[in-house]
Ligand binder design. Structure first.
Ligand SMILES: [Zn+2]
Ligand SMILES: [Zn+2]
Length: 405
């Protein structure tokens, strides 16, 4: 399907409200924009991964052909698994982008059911020539090409935006992005793909230095309003201000947005095909950020199960989860079975002789029982791990190859 027949080389951005509680949800469009760059591939238009708690489809109104699809996750669906969602309703801002269509399309939004299947949550006809679609021509922010390996169409564009850096701290921001990028490209699977990666830094200034720390009654006025203590978990650094993130990010082409927060505190967050967020100056910041990018870009699950989280029953043990690096053994063949030698014990006993092998270790995805992970240790499990495990590495490389097709 030729890109040029259906799309122009710009982005259509659809901003949504997702609202509801633990039991029910609905979606509403708030705004549609035409943005100046399309950072994605011109050939990898149909998502082949089937990751995410949601997905959207762009369907040509006349022919009925599906032109573009993407799976994604949201902070909203995480919140829906917290205690709070049993007794209150909330609304979350979300935003998706796709190449700008030439003709009328149906925008279809689907959400994943408990059994793993998708149902329609929202659909709407969009005329790309509608006079009320806001055209964003330019951005007020300075954009620094930190690593430039070529045309965004064939590159994985990682776009960092400055959060909690005052105007006079942009030199520090640039240095922090350079440090993060250098580390990232020294680690698998980024190392293996390093000639396919661009890194951009967008100098979005904040009034205050550092993010908000609600539990310390410390509120900062910053570019994208990030804060620790999300869902009452200290280290969970997130922001609900998705509009500002996207308004800033459109200054550069991007495949993935990384919000870099000027702070020496431990924490971060990463949501698949949404954005990743981490701090600049904690001793473990680089490791935390690559873990978050594991969620945000590669769709990986947490392999840990001993730390405090706000979620309840995050994984349905009766189905195979969509995340590539955890299994419930319901359909293990669809996961990393092919990486195991014949007669390898499933699940893997906790025996030292298996410690350094790819296996099926019980515990992962926030629970000690019923969810299995591929390695004794992995970057998705802890900061002590050497790096990503074999399964995470391979899944990540597959995603990078797809996005740079
Ligand atoms: Zn995580
Ligand atoms: Zn792993």
């Amino acid at each position: 399907m030729p890109f040029d027949k259906h799309f122009v080389d710009k982005s259509m951005r659809v901003d949504l409200i997702l609202a509801g509680d633990a039991l029910a949800q609905s979606a509403y469009i708030i705004d549609i924009k035409k943005e100046p760059h399309w950072g994605g591939s011109h050939t990898a238009l149909i998502d082949t991964f089937n990751y995410g708690e949601y997905r959207f489809l762009i369907i040509n109104k006349n022919s009925g052909d599906t032109l573009y699809t993407r799976g994604f996750c949201t902070l909203f669906e995480e919140w829906r698994t917290t205690e709070e969602a049993n007794s209150s309703k909330r609304a979350f801002y979300h935003s998706v982008t796709f190449p700008y269509p030439k003709a009328n399309i149906s925008f279809v939004l689907q959400s994943r059911e408990k059994d793993g299947s998708f149902i329609e949550l929202y659909s709407s006809l969009i005329n790309p020539k509608n006079a009320n679609i806001k055209v964003v021509k330019d951005s007020p922010y300075e954009v620094i090409p930190v690593i430039n390996n070529g045309d965004s169409e064939h590159m994985l564009d990682l776009t960092f935006i400055a959060e909690g850096y005052r105007k006079d701290e942009m030199k520090k921001f640039k240095a922090n992005v350079e440090q993060q990028a250098r580390y990232l490209l020294s680690q698998s699977p980024f190392k293996e793909a390093k000639d396919k990666i661009n890194v951009w830094a967008i100098c979005s200034p904040s009034i205050d230095n550092g993010p908000s720390e609600p539990e310390k009654k410390n509120w900062s006025q910053t570019a994208v309003s990030s804060a620790f203590n999300t869902f009452y978990v200290d280290r969970y650094l997130e922001t609900y201000d998705v509009k500002s993130i996207r308004d800033i990010a459109c200054a550069a082409p991007y495949d993935h947005i990384v919000v870099l927060v000027n702070s020496d505190r431990y924490g971060g967050g990463g949501i698949y095909n949404h954005f990743s967020i981490g701090t600049s100056d904690h001793a473990l910041s680089k490791k935390v950020l690559i873990h978050e990018i594991g969620h945000g870009l590669f769709g990986l699950a947490d392999e840990y199960y001993t730390s405090d989280v706000a979620y309840q029953d995050f994984f349905n043990l009766k189905i195979e989860p969509w995340q590539p690096n955890v299994t419930t053994l319901v359909d293990f063949e669809s996961k990393w079975l092919k990486l195991l030698p014949q007669d390898y014990p499933i699940p893997t006993p906790t025996d030292n002789k298996y410690k350094d092998t790819t296996g099926v270790f019980e515990g992962g995805g926030y629970v000690a029982k019923g969810v299995y992970r591929p390695a004794y240790n992995c970057r998705m499990k802890s900061n002590e791990a050497k790096g990503f495990c074999e399964v995470c590495e391979q899944s990540g490389l597959k995603m990078i190859n797809f996005l740079t097709k």
